[in-house]
Design a protein around this ligand. Structure first.
Ligand SMILES: Cc1cc2nc3c(=O)[nH]c(=O)nc-3n(C[C@H](O)[C@H](O)[C@H](O)COP(=O)(O)OP(=O)(O)OC[C@H]3O[C@@H](n4cnc5c(N)ncnc54)[C@H](O)[C@@H]3O)c2cc1C
Length: 354
């Protein structure tokens, strides 16, 4: 069967790219091994201003409206919400962090994202805030798991999905591109951190990072806001929360650990010391497809132009993938150059001299 694009991986990257290409009338086949992946366990948080230094994410003023638009169109199509906007309380862990934030408050570029700094040492009866806090706007989280289920069913309904683990050796490059009975114009690899084993793209400087997340039940009264205290807490309903996430560059496996769980619970206890009796509902781990220069890896292989990659979204897939899937579709279908910041050409010279 002739198709335009064979997409390998049905995480958030492969799914949104496939949807974008199908919206532009391309014939697409999505292949996925069906295992747990980073997207299905991720919290899906979107937070425009992050880190100890309190800096705006690169290009967030462009990425955020694109993401909201993309998710809202999907919500309209599938008749269910996927992106839930919710303000975030940023709880400072030190005086230095609070000062970094105060410096941003005068910056007009940050005004639509930040509320007032509050110097109080507590919120309500439970939340301890020794260095004060601030409310952040335009924050929220994506319900990635239900979104991926809807998209998978949509791909199946269009005869555009196959459950399979692709063995790279079964991909034929010459005389024409072929995998099993499919003859695609191009193959686009969206394999998340598994790309480190891809024979054509493993030369890219990935820096995978394991993360763990806990889902807990509790009986306390908490604000109906996302909390960010170095880690984050998302209130799912009155009695359930998700907390995360750890960062581990050494142990690149997908096993939840006691160490990860203790780290998350200890950090939670610092801000919610009264939240003693919680019941664990779930404990999950997976690997973020992060990159050394913290920019995505998108574009064609320098020698095999029929192969492309769409990957490297690290810890910010929910924010970055919608806009970048549109840019890759523009490049594939209309020859529009990719933005330099994400184009893998920036690494070609190091690995493919001449
Ligand atoms: C603990 C944790 C918390 C996170 N929290 C957030 C957050 O709050 N906000 C946010 O924006 N991002 C978050 N992320 C990051 C987010 O998960 C990623 O940016 C995004 O999901 C990556 O999507 P992906 O499609 O590139 O990779 P994945 O979701 O890993 O998908 C890759 C898919 O490719 C498939 N695949 C790979 N190789 C093959 C093959 N040979 N054959 C068939 N299929 C194959 C895999 O099975 C998988 O289904 C978090 C990640 C983790 C681990």
């Amino acid at each position: 069967m002739n198709i335009d694009f064979l997409i390998i991986g049905q995480g958030l990257a492969g799914s949104l790219l496939a949807r974008e290409l199908m919206q532009r009338n391309c014939k697409v086949m999505v292949i996925d091994g069906g295992r747990e992946n980073a997207s299905r366990i991720a919290a899906g948080l979107i937070n425009p201003v992050t880190g100890m230094r309190f800096v705006k994410s690169t290009d967030v003023d462009i990425l955020l409206p694109a993401a909201k638009g993309f998710y809202s169109r999907l919500s309209g199509y599938f008749q269910q919400p996927f992106y839930l906007e919710k303000p975030m309380l940023r709880i400072f862990c030190s005086e230095k962090e609070a000062i970094n934030c105060l410096n941003r408050l005068d910056d007009p570029d940050y005004q639509s994202y930040l509320g007032e700094f509050v110097q109080s040492t507590s919120v309500g009866n439970n939340l301890v805030t020794p260095f004060g806090f601030l409310e952040q706007y335009q924050t929220g989280y994506l319900l990635i798991r239900p979104l991926l289920s809807c998209l998978k069913n949509f791909f199946i309904s269009q005869n555009s999905y196959k459950l399979a683990d692709i063995n790279y050796r079964d991909i034929q490059l010459k005389p024409s591109l072929r995998w099993q009975d499919l003859s695609p114009g191009q193959i686009i690899f969206c394999e998340g951190y598994h790309a480190i084993n891809n024979p054509w793209f493993s030369w890219l400087p990935f820096q995978p990072v394991k993360g763990e997340i806990l889902t807990l039940e509790h009986q306390a009264e908490l604000p109906d806001k996302i909390l960010n205290y170095g880690n984050w807490l998302i209130p799912l309903n009155n009695h359930q929360i998700r907390i995360g996430a750890t960062f581990d560059r050494e142990n690149l496996d997908t096993r939840p650990t006691d160490l990860g769980k203790d780290q998350l619970l200890n950090a939670l206890e610092q801000i919610l010391p009264n939240l003693k009796h919680t019941t664990q509902i779930n404990h999950q781990a997976n690997i973020r497809p992060s990159t050394q220069d913290r920019h995505p890896f998108i574009g064609h292989h320098p020698r095999y132009r029929q192969l492309a990659i769409f990957n490297g979204f690290g810890a910010k897939g929910s924010l970055q993938i919608p806009w970048h899937s549109q840019r890759l579709a523009d490049a594939l279908l209309n020859g529009v150059p990719l933005p330099n910041s994400c184009d893998i050409q920036r690494h070609d010279a190091t690995h493919f001299p001449g």
